[in-house]
Design a protein around this ligand. Sequence first.
Ligand code: FMN
Length: 236
Amino acid sequence: MKIVVVNGSPRGKSSNTQIMADALLKGAQAAGAETVNVFLAEKEIKHCLGCFTCWLKTPGRCAIKDDMAGVLEAIEGADVLILASPLYFHTISGMLKVFMDRLIVNGDPHFAKTASGESRHTKKAGAKAPRLVMLSNCGFPERSHFQAMSHWVQRVALHMETEQLDEIYASQGGMLSMELPSVATYLQWLNKAGGELVQGQALSKETKEALAQSFLPDEVYIEQANQYFDRVLSGQ
Ligand SMILES: Cc1cc2nc3c(=O)[nH]c(=O)nc-3n(C[C@H](O)[C@H](O)[C@H](O)COP(=O)(O)O)c2cc1C
């Protein structure tokens, strides 16, 4: 079982996103998975040019020469692909979006109707979509901030015709680096989630519920955040 995390935080290895990814991967490794962690912040990946060279002139080969080919090699054969990103303006980071756009190189241009009556590009012969996991954290305390991201990744999963989609969202993301019992417990649940991914089942109801918990009551979090901003802005 190969599990790949693509971390799209510009903060890379120091990101709150990575605290979540590390805990998830630790659980997956303990359950016997081979894991790969790609940090887009350390790669040069240029914007897709929209030239369709990779579809129509040199099928499967992109016209742009940069680090994307190496990343594609790293994710090749993944059973589970974890898209890891901070929430930026209600959706994934620009860095992760640039990477996603470049995945077009793996596609086939032909259109086909699916059972739902909506058109998709057909899959390349023999291509198997990995199981998909969306992993994210955000600054605000309420989980409603993930609505647009969740809608986006559900559409991506439909488009990729992947077998399964799991979504793990932590609000109050700034707390992830704090030594708090609630954070330690959350990271243990992420360990468990990593093991569940390897077992190949959907995340259990118990795990999903635990991963939807806040670290602090919203009012306490807001008060502490505002006090922190005041301290920093006043140079204390
Ligand atoms: C450009 C930008 C946009 C952001 N947009 C949101 C947002 O829409 N909602 C939110 O709750 N937090 C937002 N945040 C806060 C980040 O999601 C938060 O700081 C997160 O913990 C960063 O995670 P990272 O350390 O993994 O990069 C934004 C931060 C930045 C820099």
